[in-house]
Design a protein around this ligand. Structure first.
Ligand SMILES: C[S@@+](CC[C@H](N)C(=O)[O-])C[C@H]1O[C@@H](n2cnc3c(N)ncnc32)[C@H](O)[C@@H]1O
Length: 234
């Protein structure tokens, strides 16, 4: 039995329809489990390693540069009140803060926030808060909202749509929304069913684009990531 499933998977992988069917089955299971919904899942990633997603590598720094270049192309040299969702250990937070008068960085994993506070202790305009995108309200309006590599961890389409709507509501008129996320495999990106399951950065970007209040002002795709800068219009 141990070697049956991998062999079957490999055999199915050679048949495009079967490969798509297999991927759909896995995606449906993931949608049902929605396993990143709990802070404890992320908390244990941070317990296991410092910088669990290797943001300190050249690849990580390149990702930050793409995002910052997009912001620097806007007519705003600085943002009065910015919000970063899912700040993790504060690596992007620190560079983002140099473009903001005030920056609220939020995350639902306590260990991430503890490390982020330490990493950014020399930067007075940053405030940190434990906050959950799925459940907690956003009472203020922001001139910039940054959400990178967070939305793709919400596997239930209804929860994903609700999270996107919440961010758009909290963006002030004329404010910016900077989105970045990891791309899924070509099987997901080209599958008819991904319109409904909405997995991966590409389709989430399309979802944001479909909101009437947002216009896309810049976009940048790499092999692994998609980035888009939106502006809210009244
Ligand atoms: C993959 S990391 C991305 C970190 C950072 N945004 C970046 O791109 O460099 C995802 C972060 O989002 C946080 N996160 C995931 N779901 C969240 C939620 N529902 N509310 C708040 N934070 C969340 C995780 O704890 C983790 O720190």
């Amino acid at each position: 039995m141990g070697s049956f499933c991998p062999r079957l998977r490999k055999a199915l992988g050679r048949i495009p329809v079967a490969r798509s069917g297999w991927t759909l089955t896995i995606a449906l299971c993931e949608c049902f489990l929605d396993s990143y919904r709990s802070p404890s899942r992320f908390q244990s990633e941070f317990q296991e390693a410092i910088d669990p997603w290797s943001y300190g590598t050249q690849e990580g720094r390149n990702r930050f540069s793409v995002a910052l270049n997009m912001l620097d192309q806007t007519e705003h040299a600085r943002f009065a009140l910015a919000l970063e969702i899912g700040c993790a250990e504060g690596m992007f937070t620190k560079v983002l803060a140099s473009r903001c008068d005030s920056l609220l960085a939020v995350d639902f994993a306590p260990l991430a926030l503890e490390r982020a506070r330490q990493h950014c202790q020399s930067v007075p305009q940053i405030n940190f808060r434990q906050w959950n995108l799925r459940h907690d309200p956003l009472p203020r309006q922001y001139s910039l909202i940054v959400v990178m590599d967070v939305l793709s961890t919400i596997f239930r389409p209804a929860s994903l749509q609700a999270a996107c709507a919440k961010l758009i509501d909290a963006d002030q008129d004329g404010g910016y929304l900077l989105f970045g996320d990891v791309r899924q495999s070509i099987i997901f990106e080209q599958a008819w069913w991904n319109r409904y399951l909405m997995r991966g950065g590409m389709i989430i970007c399309e979802l944001l684009k479909s909101h009437n209040e947002l216009i896309q002002v810049a976009t940048h795709d790499t092999e692994t990531h998609v980035f888009a800068l939106f502006r809210k219009i009244s």
